[in-house]
Every structure is written in structure tokens, then in C-alpha cells.
Design a protein around this ligand. Structure first.
Ligand code: FAD
Length: 430
């Protein structure tokens, strides 16, 4: 066996990030991906010849590691950067082109749909979080934190609940207040550029999976798609992978957390990790794709159509003129509706907002049932380095380098974890 033979199991954004980081340091890897394509939960889907996404994604300016990765792959040109604007019926918040913290102060002051009391309460809450450096004495549900901080109901409904559900994909009553604070620190309380919204103007496969495959192949890495690793066991000097037979000196496990326990059955030393992950519950995300005969004229590429249970509509003329996606996060009654009824309900919401709609040519619903884990207070997150020397964990659920800055299940959380695994491997190889 060569001196170092790194295997990565899973070609989502975490696995790709780890592979790119290692390849850049002259360590070619062998990556196994069970699906036909790379990308995992952020991938391309074919819709009768149109390249769409498995689910609408949104990036923000604070996604530093994701942007660094995309810079290396040369795909940031596919992102459209816009200053943060949140708009829904009866509410609009827009952050002006001003330096921090004036952008937030003026944004809140000028917000439409909030009373003066709401605005003062929001400013007070943000000042409080800044004073404690966004670190809570103890984690708790977001709803409790907001109640302790005397946040008015209108402010919660218009601002905090939609932000929490969009960022953590978890309802306020269940969501981790500490992770919510981490997101607020990086977005609303960050620089104006950190809070910018970045819209992908190409499908997610082009944004990362395809470019990752090309980049890694050019750097002596081997990428095996349609290649599910069935088991991993310890052998002298490393690990034996089965499914595809492969011997590795180091192995990075980067599957969806729901698939991790099965992979760990051959590694009894990591039974406690499997136990942690087995305690997770999951939250869905529904995306309804609509193709109209003509483009809708949206004043901004992303608009809310109602309260936190209602969808957000995204303009996706980049896919084809007239394409929009409507996204509803987290569990809710919408998932119990027949697909046709949900489509008609969402068309009514669109018509109520934009007037008579152009002819609908086609539609498609994609429900990712395990889009993310439920991001609860103090949820157990395994470290990237495991108890087994040479075995590392990457993925949006892992603890990351700085446990105080833990992210929710996001592209940035996934990419950071992959980069951290690569750094640990490089340090261990020295
Ligand atoms: C619909 C939807 C919308 C989202 N919206 C946003 C958003 O707006 N912004 C945001 O930042 N994040 C969003 N997310 C979350 C984001 O997509 C995920 O956090 C991120 O993609 C997770 O990446 P990962 O690499 O950790 O895991 P995954 O993407 O789950 O990757 C794991 C990979 O491992 C492979 N695998 C599993 N088992 C094996 C095996 N035994 N052998 C080989 N391969 C295996 C899987 O096929 C998969 O490709 C959204 C997610 C969904 C589903």
C-alpha cells in the first residue's frame, strides 16, 4: 500500500471540499459516491431536458469557505450578489449600502410593516446579542430566547420566524437559539457584504459537482460515481472498504448523517458516534418548480408569499424564461396536500401577489424528506476527528473546528467540515 491513500466516502459538498483541499496540497484522493453524480443534497436534476436543482438553494456573503472553494473551481461567476432584502406581504427589510453597523440600524429604521416598538425591540435584541458576543449562557429553543428578550409577536412573525426557518429549517419552538445566534452574527450583524444574498444563476451541478469533478480529475484524484461503499473495517495500517474494494490509510466519511450508522457497523470503536446520529430527527424541504409561457416580473429574485409556513418564490429565468421555484421549509400541513392542490394553492398565492399569471406550461414537485436534521438545542455533534486514528467525519452535522461557531445544515457547514478534515489529515501526516 502506498504511504498515503486517502479515501473519501460521499461526494456531497463536504466530500468535494475535503478532496479539493487535499488535492491542492498535493495529496490525490479516491472519492466514492453512491449516486450517479456528485453534489448530494445540492445537485442537478433533469426536468424534461431542463437542468434544475433538487431544491432551491440560497447562499449568503458570509459563506467564506464555500466562496473560497467556488473561487478555486472558477464558478463564482454564476452567483448573482444582491444586498439583503426580505419582502413578503405587509413587510419589507432592505439593508442599504452603508458600513456596519449603520446598514442594519438604517435597514431596521426604514423597514416597512414593523411598528416603532417592533423596530426598537429588534435593535435592542441585536445590541444584547452583540454585548454577549452572540454566546448564550445555555442553549434553548429560539422561541424561548425571543420571549425572554420581549420580542413583539408581529416582529417574530415577520422577521425572526421566517429567518429561523430559512436558516435552520426548524420551527422556532424546536430550533437551537445558539445556532440561530451564530447565523445572526454572520449575517445581519456581519458586514453588509456578509449579509448579501447570493443567487445561483446556473444549476447546482454546474456550480459545484461538475467543476469539482474536472478539478479533481486534473489533479490525479480518482472519482468513482455509482459506487456505494457497503462497509469499512480496520486492517493493519488502515481501512478496508467493501462494495468497491479499496485499502486506505486515511478515510473521510462524508455521507448524509442518516447513512452514517450503517457505515460504522464495522468500526465498533465508533459506536458512540452512531448512537449520537441515531438520535437525530429530520426536516423536509419542498420545492415546486413552475414553468410559465412568459417570465413573471418579480421586483427582486426572492420574495415571500406569506407567513413562515408559506413559500418563497425565486425567479429562475437562468434555467429558462418563465421558470420559478417555490420553496417551503420544514415540516407542515402543506406536505399532507395532494400535489395538484398544493400547486393550485401556490398558484393562487402567486396570482394574489402578481395579478393574472401567464399560461403554465409545466410543473414539478420535489420533496426532500431528509433535507436537514432538526437543529435542536445542544444537539450532539460528532467531532471531525474520531477516536480511530486515520478516520475522519465530514458533513453539515459535524462539530467543526470551532464549536462556538457551529452552523446549521447548510452548504457552508458542509464545506467547512470538509476543509477541517483536510486540515486534520495534513497535520496528522506531518
Ligand atoms: C431542498 C434543500 C434545500 C436546501 N437549501 C439550502 C440553502 O438554501 N442554503 C444552504 O446553505 N443549504 C441548503 N440546504 C442544505 C445543504 O444542501 C446541505 O447542508 C449540504 O448539501 C449537505 O452536504 P453534505 O456533503 O454534508 O451531505 P450530502 O449532500 O448529504 O452528501 C452526502 C453524499 O454521500 C453519498 N453517500 C451516502 N452514503 C454513501 C456510501 N455508503 N457510499 C458512497 N457515497 C455515499 C450521498 O449519495 C451524498 O451524495 C438545502 C438542502 C436541501 C435538501
Amino acid at each position: 500500500m502506498p504511504a498515503k491513500q486517502v479515501a473519501i466516502v460521499g461526494g456531497g459538498w463536504a466530500g468535494i471540499a475535503c478532496a479539493v483541499e487535499l488535492a491542492d496540497q498535493g495529496i490525490p484522493v479516491t472519492l466514492f459516491e453512491a449516486a450517479k453524480q456528485l453534489g448530494g443534497r445540492a445537485r442537478r436534476v433533469d426536468w424534461d431536458g431542463l437542468k434544475i436543482d433538487n431544491g432551491q438553494h440560497l447562499l449568503i456573503g458570509a459563506y467564506r469557505e464555500t466562496l473560497r472553494l467556488m473561487n478555486r473551481l472558477g464558478t463564482t461567476l454564476h452567483l448573482e450578489r444582491r444586498p439583503l432584502r426580505l419582502g413578503m406581504p405587509g413587510f419589507r427589510l432592505q439593508l442599504p449600502h452603508l458600513p456596519k453597523p449603520l446598514h442594519l440600524a438604517f435597514g431596521l429604521l426604514l423597514a416597512a410593516g414593523l411598528s416603532l416598538r417592533d423596530k426598537l425591540a429588534a435593535a435592542r435584541f441585536m445590541r444584547h446579542l452583540q454585548a454577549i458576543d452572540f454566546v448564550l449562557a445555555a442553549d434553548q429553543p429560539v422561541s424561548e430566547l425571543l420571549a425572554h428578550q420581549h420580542q413583539p409577536r408581529n416582529l417574530i412573525e415577520k422577521l425572526w420566524a421566517p429567518l429561523c426557518i430559512a436558516a435552520l429549517n426548524t420551527p422556532l419552538q424546536q430550533a437551537s437559539a445558539q445556532v440561530f445566534c451564530n447565523v445572526l452574527r454572520d449575517s445581519l450583524a456581519g458586514t453588509r457584504a456578509d449579509s448579501d444574498l447570493l443567487f445561483n444563476r446556473t444549476d447546482l451541478g454546474t456550480l459545484l459537482g461538475d467543476a469539482g469533478l474536472t478539478y479533481l480529475s486534473q489533479r490525479q484524484c480518482e472519482i468513482h460515481t455509482s459506487s456505494r461503499v457497503e462497509s469499512i473495517t480496520r486492517v493493519d495500517q488502515g481501512f478496508q472498504l467493501a462494495g468497491p474494494e479499496f485499502m486506505a490509510t486515511q478515510v473521510v466519511l462524508a455521507p448524509h448523517p442518516a447513512h452514517l450508522p450503517a457505515l460504522l457497523t464495522g468500526l465498533p470503536e465508533l459506536a458512540s458516534v452512531a448512537e449520537q446520529v441515531n438520535s437525530y430527527t429530520w426536516q423536509p424541504i419542498l420545492t415546486l418548480w413552475l414553468r410559465f409561457a412568459e417570465p413573471l416580473s418579480l421586483p427582486f429574485p426572492m420574495l415571500g408569499l406569506g407567513d413562515s409556513q408559506a413559500p418563497w418564490v425565486f425567479e429562475r429565468n437562468d434555467i429558462a424564461p418563465g421558470v420559478v421555484s417555490l420553496v417551503t421549509s420544514a415540516d407542515g400541513p402543506h406536505l399532507g396536500l395532494p400535489a395538484e392542490q398544493l400547486r393550485d394553492d401556490y398558484l393562487s398565492l402567486l396570482a394574489a401577489r402578481f395579478g393574472p399569471l401567464p399560461e403554465l406550461l409545466a410543473w414539478k414537485t420535489i420533496i426532500e424528506k431528509r433535507a436537514t436534521y432538526t437543529c435542536t438545542p445542544d444537539m450532539p455533534r460528532p467531532a471531525n476527528r474520531t477516536l480511530l486514528p486515520g478516520c475522519y467525519l465530514a458533513g453539515d452535522y459535524t462539530a467543526g473546528a470551532n464549536t462556538g461557531l457551529t452552523y446549521p445544515a447548510t452548504l457552508e457547514g458542509a464545506v467547512r467540515s470538509g476543509v477541517e478534515c483536510a486540515r486534520l489529515i495534513l497535520a496528522d501526516l506531518k
